[in-house]
Design a protein around this ligand. Structure first.
Ligand SMILES: NC(=O)c1ccc[n+]([C@@H]2O[C@H](COP(=O)([O-])OP(=O)(O)OC[C@H]3O[C@@H](n4cnc5c(N)ncnc54)[C@H](O)[C@@H]3O)[C@@H](O)[C@H]2O)c1
Length: 359
């Protein structure tokens, strides 16, 4: 089995590694800075499934000429509050960053901004896009579609993506906004890839094997399907992501988006973003006070047995971020070795980590 020894990587070193590897593969410095920010946010928030560990698969797409590292997305204004981005088959992070930036600008001027993105790629953890809107003082809806991984409820064939539904709003204090970011499957498929990398089993109930039987083996689960959360309801949410992000944008849909680990064709992912000014119907201070009241009501109720604390959506990830900013980001030695193969291949310094053993 590969080394499970955990090491810590400083956020600045994480950023350097990602940027240098990407620039060496033809990504502009400006775009590499956007991508490294997004991957760092995922690893800081504890969404380890969507951080720097994804670099080898992104690089493999560049090697196979199915993702254009040098692409710059194009923006078209459709109405004063609607814009469209063509991702030009470049990194999804870059197209999404431009899309949400434009949505924010329109919302600042008109109260709302809506952007559809086509011909894009995987943008990793959706929460970074929500956080971008919140940092600009906006509420946000952030949708994407993704490659087929789960059946429509009642089926056993991959037809729908485990496409995350994400949204958020500023809180009373900056460090505690509302951020929902969830895959419509029982868990994100990245958690199965992570278990496979780490030689771990998965709980029964996450996925079915290709014969349609429950499995705890991540390799068999990846050949089969992810189970939608709450049966037909999770299935309907993934169809909703496909309607708004795939059908509406002009990108692939209905099970035709290319998978992040399918190196034979471009992904052609679609996204859909809305930014909304929170003080459209009251003053910003009233809005923020009401958010604080909601936070207090949600987090201070009587707890069920075995629960120490009730969290607001996104709060656990923000606590992780505070901890990891101070302590560094934990990776197994095997994960660092895999990432460093890419650094070695392009001749940039390997990712350095804290030598001291840690759990
Ligand atoms: N780009 C893609 O195609 C793609 C596809 C699938 C998933 N993803 C990403 O994978 C990530 C993981 O998704 P997931 O569904 O496994 O997330 P998750 O189950 O870890 O969390 C889902 C949501 O529940 C909240 N939450 C979790 N535990 C909580 C608790 N105890 N109390 C209160 N709230 C709690 C989280 O803050 C989050 O908003 C997401 O960032 C998602 O964007 C991306």
């Amino acid at each position: 089995m590969e080394s499970q020894q955990v090491r810590h990587v400083a956020p600045s070193e994480h950023r350097r590694y990602v940027q240098e590897v990407l620039v060496a593969k033809g990504v502009s410095k400006e775009n590499a800075a956007v991508i490294s920010h997004c991957l760092l946010q995922a690893d800081l928030r504890g969404v380890d499934t969507h951080g720097a560990n994804r670099i080898p698969s992104y690089i493999e797409r560049i090697r196979n000429n199915i993702l254009d590292p040098a692409a710059h997305p194009e923006l078209k204004q459709v109405t004063p509050v609607v814009a469209q981005v063509d991702g030009k088959n470049g990194f999804g992070f870059v197209a999404a960053n431009l899309g949400m930036q434009r949505a924010i600008e329109m919302a600042q001027e008109f109260g709302i901004g809506m952007v559809s993105v086509k011909h894009s790629n995987h943008y990793g953890m959706a929460a970074w896009i929500v956080q971008k809107a919140i940092d600009a003082g906006m509420m946000a809806l952030v949708f994407t579609n993704s490659s087929p991984a789960q059946p429509a409820w009642g089926g056993r064939e991959k037809r729908m993506g485990v496409s995350p539904i994400a949204c958020g709003a500023p809180g009373h204090i900056e460090s505690r906004p509302f951020i929902l970011d969830m895959a419509p499957s029982v868990v994100a498929r990245g958690k199965i890839y992570k278990a496979l990398r780490r030689g771990e089993t998965i709980p029964s109930g996450w996925a079915l094997d290709k014969e349609g039987k429950p499995t705890t083996d991540p390799a068999r689960a990846l050949e089969g399907v992810m189970l939608p959360m709450a049966g037909p309801k999770g299935s309907a949410l993934s169809i909703m992501m496909d309607v708004f992000s795939g059908v509406f944008s002009g990108s692939a849909f209905a099970g035709h988006v290319g998978g992040p680990y399918d190196f034979t064709k471009p992904a052609d992912v679609g996204h859909f973003f809305v930014a909304i000014k929170p003080d459209l119907f009251m003053s910003i201070s009233d809005f923020r006070s009401r958010m604080q009241y909601l936070y207090d009501r949600v987090t201070t109720g009587e707890r069920m047995e075995g629960v120490d604390q009730i969290y607001f959506p996104g709060e656990i990830e923000l606590i992780n971020k505070e901890k990891r900013m101070a302590e560094g980001i934990p990776f197994t030695e095997a994960e660092i070795a895999t990432m460093n193969k890419e650094a070695e291949a392009v001749g940039v310094p390997l990712m350095k980590f804290n030598q001291k053993n840690s759990v």
